[in-house]
Design a protein around this ligand. Structure first.
Ligand code: 1GP
Length: 252
């Protein structure tokens, strides 16, 4: 089954959890162990990040680890390198609130032919950065959405949907101290008919539960696996406490 169809099917029933790893060639042994662990904890997919200069070889190592644990591997590239057709899918994204067209359509145009030839499943995604935005907000020259302005985030998310994108990702920035406010998530979710991904600064089960309850369909964690991978177990448990999960268990 295609990854996009799988996401649509699953998010109708429950909130998903994806684990994000940056393929740092110096940390491969550690990453292999962590992917095994998050797989045991019940993560749903491995996202392969691209904030660093990702090589195809290191991306393919992560794809291999994900395969070993029977998890889909999804590329989440920041640039055009690191694209491997061995991955299950690629998030073909546009940083909608960037001031620089390079991040909205520029890199996409540069990479288009190469990605077409790779013949990989691509999922078009609107990427929207909320303050503080972290490194990706700075590098991507984002006109950050203020934490007090949910309507701005709603506008970008609806625009993504109307332009035919299949996913919306609300990003707070990797390693930020407080995740995106629930108010922004719930306002966006209310107006959206496509799955909503939320990430950035999610470190505790309580935060994850609140974000799931606010309406996130997919929760991403990255830094917490570096800091204390055991927390991912509790985060996944907390997500499973949400209403969608309770309904699923009832009908089983
Ligand atoms: C970054 O949203 C993700 O793109 C993950 O953020 O590293 O803070 O979990 P963290």
């Amino acid at each position: 089954m295609h990854v996009h169809d799988w996401i649509l099917n699953e998010t109708k029933k429950r909130t998903l959890h994806f684990s994000l790893f940056d393929p740092d060639p110096k940390k491969m042994q550690l990453i292999e162990k962590k992917i095994k662990l998050v797989g045991e904890f019940g993560t749903d997919a491995i996202l392969i990040g691209g904030s660093t200069n990702v090589s195809k070889k290191s991306a393919e190592k992560i794809i291999y680890f994900a395969n070993q644990n029977k998890l889909p591997s999804i590329l989440f590239p920041g640039r055009i390198n690191g694209v491997s057709k061995k991955a299950s899918a690629l998030l073909f994204m546009s940083l909608l609130n960037s001031r620089n067209p390079k991040w909205i359509t520029g890199i996409q145009a540069e990479a288009g032919l190469m990605i077409k030839k790779a013949d990989i499943e691509t999922i078009p995604m609107g990427y929207i950065i909320v303050e503080p935005g972290g490194k990706v907000g700075k590098v991507g020259k984002a006109n950050l959405i203020k934490r007090s302005e949910p309507e701005k985030a709603v506008g970008y998310a609806i625009a993504a949907q109307l332009m035919g994108m299949k996913l919306v990702y609300l990003e707070g920035g990797s390693g930020i101290l407080e995740p995106i406010p629930e108010k922004i998530i719930s306002c966006v979710k209310k107006e959206l008919n496509i799955p909503l991904i939320v990430g950035g600064g999610i470190r505790t089960p309580k935060q994850a539960e609140k974000i799931a309850k606010a309406g996130a369909d997919i929760i991403i964690t990255g830094t917490v696996s570096e800091e204390n991978v055991e927390n991912v177990r509790e985060i996944i448990r907390a997500i499973k406490k949400t209403k969608k999960w309770a309904m699923l268990m009832k009908s089983a």
